[in-house]
Ligand binder design. Sequence first.
Ligand code: IMP
Ligand code: MG
Length: 184
Amino acid sequence: MVNKTGLENDIKYVLLDEAQLKDRVKALAQQLTEDYKGKNPIFVCVLKGSVNFFSDLTRHFKDYCEYDFLAISAYGNGTKNSGIVRINKDMDMSITDRHVIIVEDIMDSGLTLNHLTAMLRERKPASLKVITLLDKPARRECAITPDYYGFVIPNEFVVGYGLDYAGLYRNLPYIGVLKPEVYE
Ligand code: IMP
Ligand code: MG
């Protein structure tokens, strides 16, 4: 593999390749198009990890919808959830009486989404659902399940397609498992 870059050398194996991601994301968008017909939902992108998923998901949603963004951090630069969720940037729009779909990259302990959904419910949306590309149920620390998910994955630390380790690897077009020696 002489042409491998340093970036790709940090990947132990590809868990989900570009074709798998594309097919699944398109299917999820078709499902949402049916479920939200005539509802003009607000898709909320949880920055930064969800950007790639958000962008591919919404481009296959075939009805009226609006976008908003919020930034939240729970991890710092490590791979374990500290349990502390910080809102770095709130949404711009009012979600009262609106149908809201939170778009997340991964549900791990679930603490981030637990906190986020509780916070957004106080704003009295007409409905609030969560879609996550990846679900790691083995690590759940609270009673929360996604309304929609792309893939259930094993308990491995993954990067790519928006997901990072220490801010890096988001630009990989696939989801890969990071070599443990990169973060140990
Ligand atoms: P939770 O609060 O433990 O569910 O963590 C959710 C957030 O942790 C995600 O939105 C990611 O930003 C980050 N995270 C959890 N697992 C991974 C992983 O395997 N790779 C990269 N980021 C992860
Ligand atoms: Mg995230």
